[in-house]
Ligand binder design. Structure first.
Ligand code: THU
Length: 138
């Protein structure tokens, strides 16, 4: 990532880091933060919230998307996900589809570690040939 693009991501990274600090992850001990930017420049964030009934836990992306929807917004321009550890904290399959609902194929998905953005993908790279709202004639 170029320096200027990195600088532009500063507020998104800061929002995701702050969300990560609020994560409730007593079972996996893997805290995740997500922050998305809507086309108007607003930022919405979320953290993972786990549950004693494990499958009921929610990913960080779920919270960020819910915050966006609550604000009446319906479009994701880009999203940044931050997790700890060596491996890339790429969004799970379900969250790729959740992002897909509100983002176009060229929307950027930034994957970050504690030190900053590690890789940037497009949605189409992470979820090729995807199914979306336009497939439904409703
Ligand atoms: N997790 C997220 O919140 N987002 C991701 O993109 C990957 C995984 C969470 C789910 C669970 O609470 C924990 O990380 C371990 O899988």
């Amino acid at each position: 990532m170029s320096k200027s693009a990195d600088a532009a991501l500063g507020p998104l990274f800061a929002a995701a880091k702050a969300a990560q600090a609020a994560a409730y992850a007593p079972y996996s001990r893997f805290k995740v933060g997500a922050a998305l930017r809507t086309p108007d420049g607003a930022i919405y964030s979320g953290c993972n919230v786990e549950n004693a009934a494990y499958p009921q836990g929610a990913c960080a992306e779920v919270g960020a998307i819910a915050a966006m929807a609550l604000a009446g917004k319906r479009a994701i321009a880009e999203i940044l996900i931050v997790g700890d550890g060596e491996a890339l904290c790429t969004p799970c399959g379900g969250c790729r589809q959740r992002i897909r609902e509100f983002a176009g194929p060229s929307a950027a998905i930034h994957v970050a570690g504690p030190e900053g953005v590690r890789r940037t993908f497009t949605l189409a790279e992470l979820l090729p040939e995807s199914f979306g709202p336009e497939h439904l004639a409703v």
